[in-house]
Design a protein around this ligand. Sequence first.
Ligand code: RP5
Length: 163
Amino acid sequence: MEHAPLVGVVMGSKSDFEVLKHAVDLLKEFSIPYEVRVVSAHRTPDLLFTYAEQAEARGLRVIIAGAGGAAHLPGMLAAKTLVPVLGVPVPATMLNGIDSLLSIVQMPKGVPVGTLAIGKPGAANAALFAAEMLATTDHNLRERLRVWRAARKEEVLAEELPQ
Ligand code: RP5
């Protein structure tokens, strides 16, 4: 039987998947049950509300939300659920993600969104952050994270520069 998703990865458009796939790849690598959906704050606002309202009851423990431009998606999700929301700014306009970053990070006091970096590093770190949150109650996952970090360290130590 497949596990119910613990992490919801949502994005404002299919075009955002190019960035959000870096979160998905890491969730897969850590064997964390996840789901991926397109949920647009301005094109499908009713779906956004339904998704947020049902998230907790469906067992989601973290939501990773990526969007570009005037990126309302993470903040609006956070406004409708107590499931923690991690926001990933997507570079999708002439402003290269600065617009999205500022839209996501400047949440008024009272409704937090954990904001990550613009683009691929933000998406990857969102997955790692979600994994660390889940690892607070999952010893095996914590060990997988420890091994993963150690492997990254070894990679750097093994690097050689051209002479
Ligand atoms: C935002 O507008 C999406 O999150 C996406 O980053 C951007 C462009 O969307 P598309 O025009 O590619 O659907 O809502």
